[in-house]
Write a protein that binds this ligand. Sequence first.
Ligand SMILES: [Zn+2]
Length: 379
Amino acid sequence: MRANKYFDLICGSYEPAVSDQHVPDFAYNPLNTSGKLYNPIIDNEWLRENKPPIWPDNRKFAVCLTHDVDSVSDFDPRQNIRRIKKLLKTTSNRSLGETARKVVEHNLSALKGLVGKKDNLCEFDKWMDLEAKHGARSTFFFAPEKVGQPHESDCMYKYDQKIKYRGKFIDVAGLMREMDSQGWEIGLHPSWHTFDDLDEMVFQKQQVEAVLDHSINSVRQHFLKYDPLNTFKVQTEAGFKYDSTMGYNDNLGFRRGSSYLFNCYDLKSDQPLPLLQLPLIIQDGALLAPDKGLRLDSDKALEYIKHVANEVRLVGGVLTLSWHPHTFNRPGYFDVYRKVLELLEKDDPWFATVNEVGDWWRKRSEIDLLKFTKNIPSE
Ligand SMILES: [Zn+2]
């Protein structure tokens, strides 16, 4: 262990390594115990003697809106058959009663699909219209449709699956191209087992690129499941420029003590990687899910968001948010998102996609937090 706590924090050397294919604690952070989780301590340290980042048009901070597309519809019959098959293959992970309940549930959903009932699970156009109203475009991270090494958490949709979009039915590939052509960004939401598998990561990246007919630069791991020793190297070698996985499933705040972009670090070779990190600061489920995380009501969630957004504004950083499109019909979720955008717009941030923020930082920023934290004298 190095002596400098800031450098250790930003490099991830405090974070537990994967053991037995399992990340021990998704929410682990040494800042949890010191009460500094909602304070970008490294950015504040930087600002003691240095200037804040500059943003286009002299804006004071940036907001990066993102969405992990885990699911696109409920009633698709083929998807439900795939779900049932997977359930029956993985029965050892749950009780028999639970498996039976889920099988019945998916059968019913498949039946609804077969009689022509279409769901409005995601309402992608509503997310896009809301963002456009605020002059924003977001990044949608899409899962691959094929996975070489399956895991029970894999997303189940296919790119030819039909979904409703602006009153018509289009397939997922069509939606991805539509978003792409209108200035939204498409990134990869790779499956569980990509965390240490380059071939698998490349295989999944190429599927999205084949749909778009151009390369993609950004990535966020499904379930934020990463291995500090391997994942960022794998992402780099797969050709990604920007990752936004360093956040929480059960809390919000600054996992590596910063809202600035910084180079991911290869702990094995003790070298920085060219891959830039846009830390994920706030995600929907961690605040609003009734059965995990902070379990807040909408008003309390907004209070937390306001507090953390203000911290980012004060240091001139990037507030990266993630809202899952499939939460559209859940109480609170879309409504809180709408209120957050209204709230943020009042402070006139630079709304930008992962790529836009990353490209700007690469060209214009002289802030290198690895170099900076390395030179902070140890206490
Ligand atoms: Zn996911």
